[in-house]
Ligand binder design. Structure first.
Ligand SMILES: NC(=O)c1ccc[n+]([C@@H]2O[C@H](COP(=O)([O-])OP(=O)(O)OC[C@H]3O[C@@H](n4cnc5c(N)ncnc54)[C@H](OP(=O)(O)O)[C@@H]3O)[C@@H](O)[C@H]2O)c1
Length: 246
């Protein structure tokens, strides 16, 4: 399962690839799910996960500001998505979004807190970041295991309402399975703030999946290494695995 950091050339390739993907997606299903509550979403880290999930939200009618430390590299992605997609800096994404997707290597979360801390207060943060020792460091991985990964993100991004989501499998499955025919693929999500969980659930549906929500502490069960990591299940099967009422 690929879950690695991209170097610049690979990232550029991904953006062109994503452009082709979104241009070729038949939008009928996604657009038919017209979003009554259109949101302003800031994406921090517009790589595999940020580009894919943010793109699905644009297709569903949300306004998305994709950000990068090199925003000029995002033009192929935003051009392919049309006027609801904009590119900017990380600060622009935080100013723009009521909801922020932090699709960055986990070690970037403390860095974002240091550089932009107060801007996260009051935001709904959707967190797909996995902590991986070789990339993010043993200490941070240990911290996520001891405190719980959702609580760790919340402890850095103070005042935000964190919902863990879209972390449990490769982005390639999100590309392939969004809005599939028949039972949608389930996405486990975890959060404690009721409104944030409601908004995140709607965004999971708008992306073409079925949300199955548990409290933030249970994010460990679908964190990398957890029993539900990598599982592609229907909503019914995932609720059973969580031991939730059907
Ligand atoms: N790839 C997957 O299939 C997958 C699946 C589930 C979860 N995840 C998790 O999702 C997160 C993103 O993974 P990805 O595969 O999408 O990575 P990626 O393609 O490498 O994209 C990550 C982006 O994060 C940005 N970034 C890195 N350090 C940053 C910092 N200090 N401040 C701001 N932005 C920073 C980079 O953007 P700029 O250089 O343009 O600023 C980069 O494009 C990771 O935590 C990963 O473990 C990935």
């Amino acid at each position: 399962m690929t879950d690695d950091v991209l170097d610049h050339s690979r990232r550029k390739f991904f953006h062109f690839g994503a452009a082709a993907l979104f241009a070729s997606l038949t939008t009928s299903h996604a657009m038919a799910q017209s979003v009554s509550n259109k949101l302003k979403i800031g994406v921090i880290g517009s790589g595999h996960i940020g580009g894919t999930i943010g793109g699905l939200w644009v297709k569903a009618g949300h306004s998305v500001l994709f950000s990068s430390r090199h925003p000029e590299e995002l033009k192929p992605l935003t051009d392919s998505l049309g006027p609801l997609a904009k590119a900017g800096t990380v600060g622009d994404a935080l100013d723009f979004g009521d909801v922020i997707l932090v699709a960055v290597p986990y070690k970037a979360i403390p860095e974002l807190a240091k550089d932009y801390g107060p801007k996260f207060a009051g935001k709904i943060v959707i967190d797909p970041a996995n902590a991986v020792a070789r990339r993010d460091g043993e200490d941070l991985l240990k911290e996520t295991k001891e405190k719980g990964i959702g609580a760790t993100t919340e402890s850095y991004l103070k005042g935000s309402h964190v919902v863990r989501a879209f972390n449990s499998m490769s982005y390639t499955h999100f590309v392939k399975e969004a809005h599939r025919a028949g039972d949608p693929m389930a996405i486990p999500i975890a959060g404690d703030d009721e409104r944030a969980v409601q908004v995140a659930s709607q965004l999971v549906r708008d992306a073409g999946f079925e949300p199955v929500a548990v409290p933030l502490a249970r994010a460990q069960e679908f964190a990398q290494g957890g029993p539900l990591y990598g599982q592609q299940l229907t909503g019914k099967a995932l609720r059973e695995r969580f031991g939730l009422a059907k």
